[in-house]
Design a protein around this ligand. Structure first.
Ligand SMILES: Nc1ncnc2c1ncn2[C@@H]1O[C@H](COP(=O)(O)OP(=O)(O)O)[C@@H](O)[C@H]1O
Ligand SMILES: [Mg+2]
Length: 254
């Protein structure tokens, strides 16, 4: 299997605290990887490091064979390494259509001044409509963000990430804060993403993780303690001790 995205021996300390301890993870096109672990394990920091939002102390990140470790976040996005955030960053008074159009224009390298003229460009509008449709947001495209459900706002973030044409998509808790009644929408949206896209998802909902993932990586105190098949993770002694004991025993994780 050819590796599309490769993280090798990544290390990061905050002061004296080791948050990323020699982490190596690789992904191939089409991967569906869940990154799990207790709060404070270093999951979000891992995403910040590989996307260039934080600089590692040591280690390498390669994308499509190119070393991107010293590139800034925008250059990595341009090459297809795209993330969503754990906390929603949307404009309450803008519509889903405007958000996705903004992301398409950003990808094309246009400045903010171009914004507002996008609706006259048929190819931009066609692409925006296709993305909104894929994520089940087309009928809401003209509402303001404040008027749509929180689960749909999280889907809009994924829509914006898709507008950047990712090859590797990193999702930081896409279902966080979403009521149980709306998680099925998130799951359906994830299932509808292109088969050759490599997706890494952080989430705490183990039922969602097990349905989504073909592979699971468990991080505890900055260290990878498991990298393997979902069916093997609950039986792994280190994982049970660090994290999953409560899930395996009681059927739900913290
Ligand atoms: N910018 C920062 N400065 C100092 N410590 C940080 C910073 N960001 C995160 N941390 C610490 O690093 C550890 C890992 O955090 P984080 O990556 O957010 O964990 P997770 O996403 O797995 O819950 C935590 O102990 C957190 O308090
Ligand atoms: Mg986090």
């Amino acid at each position: 299997m050819k590796s599309l995205f490769e993280v090798r021996n990544l290390n990061k300390k905050f002061g004296g605290l080791v948050v990323t301890n020699d982490v190596s993870i690789s992904m191939a096109p089409g991967d569906r990887l869940a990154l799990i672990g207790p709060n404070g394990a270093g999951k979000t920091t891992f995403i910040n490091l590989v996307t260039g939002n934080l600089q590692p102390d040591s280690g390498d990140v390669t994308l499509g064979g190119e070393n991107v470790t010293r590139l800034g976040p925008a250059s990595r996005v341009h090459r297809g390494l795209v993330r969503s955030f754990q906390v929603t960053r949307l404009f309450q008074d803008m519509t889903p259509e405007e958000h996705v159009a903004l992301a398409v224009l950003q990808r094309e390298g246009h400045s903010g001044r171009m914004f507002g003229h996008y609706s006259g460009r048929a190819e931009v509008m066609d692409e925006v409509s296709a993305i909104l449709d894929r994520l089940g947001l087309f009928d809401l495209r003209h509402l303001k963000v404040r008027e749509i459900a929180y689960g749909q706002q999280r889907l809009l973030e994924i829509a914006m990430a898709m507008a950047l044409k990712p090859r590797v998509l990193l999702l930081d808790e896409p279902a966080a804060g979403v009521p149980q009644s709306e998680t099925a929408r998130i799951e359906a949206a994830l299932a509808s993403l292109p088969a050759d896209l490599a997706i890494l998802m952080i989430d705490h909902d183990m039922d969602l993780v097990f349905r989504f993932a073909k592979r699971v990586v468990v991080l505890a105190a900055g260290t990878v303690i498991f990298d393997g098949l979902p069916k093997d993770v609950t039986q792994n002694a280190r994982v049970r001790e660090a994290y999953l004991g409560s899930y395996a025993d009681a059927g739900s994780a913290a």
